[in-house]
Design a protein around this ligand. Structure first.
Ligand code: NAP
Length: 315
């Protein structure tokens, strides 16, 4: 068996969304030897967003384009990049943190967790069976397959409303199914959805089953008011019911909320020395590109101070 190679850094950032790249820029500018690791391609969730219109300085920019700019900026300061890794083990508890892949052991004095979050599943019959055959978690990726069709978006948050509006570019009709009669989404998005004549709201209902033959044909809805059921004919279902944090590789090593989001203090410090958490994976009141980027800046500055304090005092 060949020995795994060892790579040493001051700080390793896990995840390459806006939080990760921002942390990389600040850490490298803070003179730390910095690496960004990811199990996927670089760019994180915003790379899949068609448009972003609330990142200051850019009244409208493609999500992929914005993340390319973040990456170029990190490149400029010499951040080392390792995408598409097969990470097998993450050890955060000891002073020297380790991340092991199939051929490398990455070691660092500090780790910044920026692993993001992914779409929560409905966990109803038919959801897994019809994934890719009518069930999709990415309107930008799959919307064009539903030209002149009827689809259902599930959820009442920003994602559900934004994606429903996006889908109206292609489809004949979008039903937005929400479990209450009041939306959680920002008012500006609500107004756009309410005035879009391709969108129809079904309030106080949840899907309980997705049915079809080869592809999705209908969903069974249950009223959250009286428990009554009904059938809605649709060609596609897009669940947007929130996020689950990506923490599988280090669960149990660190303090997390009951939902799994990582607890931090105002310096982005987790329950472990030298370990910080930023962006969507963190227990945060707002999940935006700008808040992720701000978290990254704070964590990197905290890491700089932490590493500085570790240096032996020479007298
Ligand atoms: P979210 O804000 O947590 O909203 C999830 C929605 O799904 C809520 O309306 C919730 O209903 C509903 N829901 C949750 N579990 C459900 C279930 N099992 N069955 C049916 N409905 C369920 O999630 P999100 O929309 O994905 O947004 C995640 C974060 O990203 C938020 O912080 C959001 O602001 C942010 N984001 C921002 C933008 C933007 O600013 N442009 C765009 C996208 C996302 P209740 O309302 O009843 O809880």
């Amino acid at each position: 068996m060949t020995e795994k190679k060892e790579l040493n850094f001051d700080v390793i950032i896990l995840g390459s969304g806006p939080a990760g790249f921002s942390a990389g820029i600040y850490a490298a500018r803070g003179a730390l030897k910095t690496a960004i690791l990811d199990i996927n391609m670089f760019g994180g969730q915003p790379s899949n967003y068609l448009e972003i219109e609330n990142y200051p300085g850019f009244s409208l920019i493609g999500g992929f384009e914005l993340m390319e700019k973040f990456e170029e900026h990190a490149d400029k300061f010499g951040v080392e990049k390792f995408p598409m890794l097969d990470i097998q083990r993450i050890s955060l508890i000891k002073d020297v943190k380790e991340i092991e892949t199939n051929d490398t052991i990455f070691k660092a004095k500090s780790v910044i967790l920026a692993t993001g979050a992914q779409a929560k599943k409905l966990n109803i019959p038919g959801e897994a069976e019809f994934k890719g055959r009518g069930v999709s978690y990415c309107a930008v990726c799959d919307g064009a397959f539903y030209k002149e069709k009827t689809v259902a978006v599930v959820g009442g948050g920003n994602s559900a409303i934004e994606e429903a509006i996006y889908l109206t570019k292609f489809v004949q009709k979008v039903f937005i199914i929400h479990r209450r009669d009041e939306l959680r989404a920002d008012k500006i998005l609500q107004e756009r959805a309410f005035s879009n004549n391709k969108i129809e709201f079904i309030f106080n209902a949840v899907p309980v089953e997705i049915k079809g033959s080869n592809t999705v044909e209908n969903i069974i809805l249950k009223s959250t008011k009286d428990g009554g059921t009904s059938t809605l004919q649709v060609d596609g279902v897009f669940p947007y019911i929130g996020l689950t944090p990506n923490t599988d590789l280090f669960n149990g090593q660190i303090n997390q909320t009951p939902q799994g989001f990582i607890e931090t203090d105002i310096n982005m410090q987790t329950s472990l020395k030298g370990v910080y958490a930023i962006g969507d994976v963190r227990n945060t009141p707002l999940r935006q590109v700008i808040t992720a980027a701000a978290d990254g800046a704070i964590a990197a500055c905290s890491a700089v101070k932490y590493i500085e304090a570790q240096k032996p005092i020479v007298v």
